[in-house]
Design a binder for this molecule. Structure first.
Ligand SMILES: O=C(O)CCC(=O)C(=O)O
Ligand SMILES: [Fe+2]
Length: 339
């Protein structure tokens, strides 16, 4: 038998990671349904999610001047806009929220307080992005070149509005069946129907298009195939870029809290810019892969030939270190890490 081609290397590598971490059933579910819930026993090492919850409560308190009320959810009930304190001043029904086209009723926000760019505010996120379980799943979907596009916290109190179905893919239809983007969500409080969980249409990642009209509606008269997910606090919820998803409204008191890690292939324009912004000491205490995940191996647009050379050389340092770390040196072009 001929020796395995070098081009098999990355598939073998990621499959070994999946097997070592006990993720095969979740990869199978992801392939079949377009989403999967990895339970806390696997996804939540060393109380990571409890520490993340404390961190996002601190962030909310700093940003809004008031600690979120986990018990009643009163600080986040029926928000009108993205920013909590601002929303309370406006009162319910005054503004339609950050994504008005996805809001079913013009009553309150379908997603509560969406706190963007949280990475910078607590060192726990350095650890959470490098969780081997998250990386194995993101790599399975988007390759070893996968980067963090955006990290945010969704903090939702009791609300009336469902969040309508959509895909997270920036691609036009027909969308590729391969995932170019994926969402990896740390579930920090229990997700279920009453708590306003994310809802999915199982198998929809195979349809390669966005939902339109009635099929995008969550709730009465809408898409009957949309099901709210059940996930315990500490789970990791992962979905394919083409999966139709939204959320049901929260009817229970309290807060639904999740941290989303939007992971994308490196040729997709990221929502956040990390290039050249990670302090050297942070790069030094992490693996070469951390730098890749945090965008240091991607090349920004040039504004002159010299600028282009400088940017390529900077990125190449990081991709070369990563190639060395995973033993992919030699004739194989570094570019192939991105398959
Ligand atoms: O659970 C939700 O509120 C939906 C989240 C969502 O659409 C996303 O993370 O892409
Ligand atoms: Fe989404």
């Amino acid at each position: 038998m001929a020796a395995a081609s070098t081009y098999d290397t990355n598939l073998e590598r990621v499959w070994n990671e999946i097997r070592d971490l006990g993720l095969e059933p979740y990869v199978a579910e992801l392939d079949a349904k377009g989403y999967t819930v990895i339970p806390p026993e696997i996804a939540n090492p060393n109380g990571l999610c409890e520490r993340m919850l404390e961190a996002v409560l601190d962030i909310a308190e700093r940003r809004n001047g008031e600690r979120p009320d986990m018990e009643t959810g009163s600080t986040h009930a029926h928000l009108g806009v993205e920013t909590t304190a601002q929303a309370r001043r406006q009162g319910p029904g005054k503004l339609r929220g950050r994504l008005p086209s996805l809001t079913g009723k013009e009553i309150d926000s379908p997603h509560g307080d969406l706190m963007q760019s949280i990475y910078w505010e607590d060192p726990v996120f350095e650890e959470s992005i490098m969780n081997p379980v998250l990386l194995a799943m993101a790599t399975y979907l988007c390759g070893y070149g996968v980067i963090l596009s955006a990290m945010g916290c969704w903090m939702k109190g009791p609300n009336y509005s469902n969040f309508n179905l959509h895909t997270d893919s920036p691609m036009p239809a027909p969308m590729p069946s391969t995932s170019y983007v994926c969402q990896c969500t740390y579930v920090l409080t229990d997700y279920n129907r009453e708590n306003g969980a994310t809802a999915f249409v199982p198998g929809s990642h195979k349809w390669c298009r966005q939902p339109v009209g009635r099929e995008a509606i969550v709730g009465e008269g809408g898409n009957e195939q949309a099901v709210p997910v059940e996930a315990k606090a500490g789970s990791l919820l992962v979905w394919h870029g083409g999966t139709w998803h939204g959320a049901v409204n929260r009817t229970a008191p309290g807060l639904r809290v999740g941290v989303t890690n939007f992971m994308v292939r490196p040729f997709i324009k990221p929502q956040e810019d990390f290039i050249g912004r990670i302090p050297q000491e942070v790069l030094d205490r992490n693996s070469a892969r951390f730098a890749i995940v945090m965008q240091q191996g991607t090349v920004e647009s040039r504004h002159s030939p010299e600028d282009g050379q400088r940017k390529v050389a900077r990125a190449a340092k990081f991709t070369a270190a990563y190639a060395k770390e995973i033993g992919q040196t030699g004739p194989r072009p570094i570019k192939d890490l991105y398959t």
